[in-house]
Design a protein around this ligand. Structure first.
Ligand code: PGA
Length: 240
């Protein structure tokens, strides 16, 4: 585990984008695992800049995303598909047919099976970007006495609905369910890039720094099992 403490959000974003850029430079056919939320926005901005400056090319890059809300259309600005288009896909020369997010296609059960099949065919990613929730969740794998290995429909915890309500007009508008990769899927990458920024992640980061236990009640603890994991945090997340 490589832990990198950055001065601020911008430095964290720069560091993360450099790692992803280097992976794309080394392998133009890189397979990326991508994440949404406020944390990776700066990283995407830097990647777009690298693309515009001709340093990286997304022509042959492909991607899978961790999760998507249930019951939200992909054209809804709150959807994660919309987020990815807005922050990356529409700004670089990636072939959108090679980008994948969980999506409702048939019943929820069928949709879950389809995403699992897609992930299996996609294979191991070169890098997976991950955020953490204030409660230590990974993708939408919420603290619980059991965690899913593969894609599933998750009932969001109250604290996650609360945390995500900042993106919506009101808390009531936040979807109550999401389709999310499981823990085994989320970790199926040669490199894990776990990012955390800001005071509201401090409790989780501090808990991680001080525990030597793997706990399903603290999904973030599982990142310690990955053989090539970077935890890149800013000072606010690290020191509170
Ligand atoms: P955030 O979300 O980047 O918007 O803080 C991360 C997460 O909840 O996993």
């Amino acid at each position: 585990m490589k832990i990198i403490v950055c001065d601020d959000y911008d430095q964290m974003s720069k560091k993360a984008s450099e790692i992803v850029s280097d992976i794309i430079k080394e392998n133009p056919k890189a397979k990326l695992g991508l994440a949404t939320g406020s944390t990776p926005v700066g990283m995407y901005e830097n990647l777009v800049k690298d693309y515009e400056d001709g340093k990286i090319d997304f022509k042959e890059v492909s991607s899978v995303n961790l999760d998507e809300y249930v019951g939200i259309d992909k054209d809804n600005p709150q959807s994660y598909q919309y987020f990815m288009n807005e922050h990356l896909f529409d700004k670089v020369n990636i072939n959108k047919e090679n980008t994948h997010l969980p999506k409702e296609d048939g019943s929820l059960e069928e949709s879950v099976k389809k995403y699992d099949k897609l992930l299996e065919e996609f294979g191991q990613r070169d890098v997976q970007v991950l955020g953490i929730g204030p409660n230590g969740h990974i993708a939408f794998n919420e603290p619980d006495d059991k965690l899913n290995m593969h894609t599933s429909i998750i009932n969001l915890k109250e604290e996650t609905i609360e945390a995500n309500s900042r993106f919506f007009d009101s808390k009531e508008d936040v979807p109550k369910q999401a389709m999310s990769m499981g823990m085994a899927d989320a970790f199926n990458a040669k490199t894990l890039l776990v990012l955390a920024s800001g005071k509201n992640k401090h409790k989780a980061v501090e808990k991680f720094m001080h525990t030597d236990k793997i706990e399903t009640m603290f999904p973030m603890s599982f990142i310690a099992l990955h053989p090539n994991c970077y935890l890149i945090v800013d000072k606010q997340a690290y020191e509170g």
